[in-house]
Design a protein around this ligand. Structure first.
Ligand code: CAA
Length: 279
């Protein structure tokens, strides 16, 4: 994916971030996004997700790692339930606007949900490695946000819950595919259709967490992971993530061909670098 396509434009202002319940800190190759609405247990709104998409579109080109965490002792209580009230949240469009009286059209609602999904989709970009650092609850949209990341590091108090079916809804913020990819359709069915809480150690056993550590160890564990990720060549990391993302959908032969092509790209780039070094 062309990096230049993502670092054009103006980053969200502090005011836009604050209204979206987000904080952003960029330090060289590492961007840290914090979901920050502690008074609402870090519940998120449509604005949170459109602003997340905005962050993704305007990240500086040298950012390689994105870490997402929640403020305080919780990752996120999911969607702000006020989004389902006719009033919405803080003047923001309610998801149910026009549904009761039939004035909402399905195409408009689909476009709106697609705009929210953009806040989750960019986290799969091959030129980034995205890490969810999860303390406490990650419920509904919070769980889906963690699932959108490449890697999940959980504190041992973490609890993951796909609450949507219990509320009469489906998980629609791009979380169903990674969930099935990781745990398989049968376990995913059980987790979603019971809407039960999956604790940190079970999450580790199911592959939903790469690492589980004590609460106090979470920041250090994330920092160690970042250092490890920064130790590899960026272009090779990008090409490798791209290959890994295609593996499930490819046949063995298609994947072998993709590996050859990617390696030729790498060898050509390395040879050009070596030749440039000799000149
Ligand atoms: N939306 C809005 N406000 C929320 C909220 C949410 N999702 N979750 C918590 N809050 C608010 C509470 O209303 C409460 O506000 P007041 O102080 O004004 O009463 C405050 O945050 C603290 O909440 P609790 O006292 O409940 O905190 P707790 O620590 O005892 O429990 C919790 C934390 C387990 C997260 C519990 O608050 C909870 O279950 N929240 C609702 C979770 C939920 O159903 N989320 C929606 C999932 S579905 C989804 O995300 C996607 C989708 O539908 C498409």
């Amino acid at each position: 994916m062309a990096q230049a396509a993502h670092d054009a434009g103006t980053a969200p202002t502090e005011e836009q971030l604050s209204r979206a319940g987000l904080r952003l800190a960029v330090d060289g190759p590492v961007a840290r996004i914090t979901i920050s609405r502690p008074e609402r247990r870090n519940a998120m709104t449509g604005r949170t997700w459109t602003t997340l998409a905005h962050i993704g579109q305007t990240l500086p080109g040298d950012v390689r790692i994105v870490v997402i965490a929640g403020e305080g002792d919780i990752f996120s209580a999911g969607i702000d339930l006020g989004m389902f009230t006719p009033e919405g949240v803080d003047g923001e469009r309610s998801i149910v606007t026009g549904l009761a009286d039939g004035s909402a059209d399905a195409a408009g609602l689909e476009e709106y949900i697609a705009s929210l999904q953009e806040g989750f989709l960019w986290l799969r970009r091959p030129d980034l490695v995205t890490v969810a650092a999860v303390r406490g609850h990650a419920i509904g949209a919070g769980f889906q946000l963690a699932l959108s990341c490449d890697l999940r590091v959980l504190a041992d108090d973490a609890s993951l819950c796909m609450k949507e079916p219990a509320l009469g809804l489906v998980p629609d913020l791009t979380g169903t595919k990674p969930l099935v990819d990781i745990v398989g359709v049968h376990r995913a069915t059980e987790i979603c259709l019971t809407a039960r809480r999956v604790g940190a150690h079970e999450a580790r056993e199911l592959g939903l967490a790469e690492l589980v550590v004590g609460v106090d160890e979470l920041p250090g564990a994330v920092d160690d992971l970042i250092q490890g990720l920064l130790a590899t060549d960026r272009d090779a990391a990008t090409a490798t993530k791209d290959l890994l993302q295609r593996a499930t959908g490819n046949t063995l032969e298609q994947q072998a061909e993709a590996e050859r092509r990617a390696q030729i790209g790498r060898l050509t780039a390395l040879a050009a670098g070596t030749a440039a070094g000799r000149r």
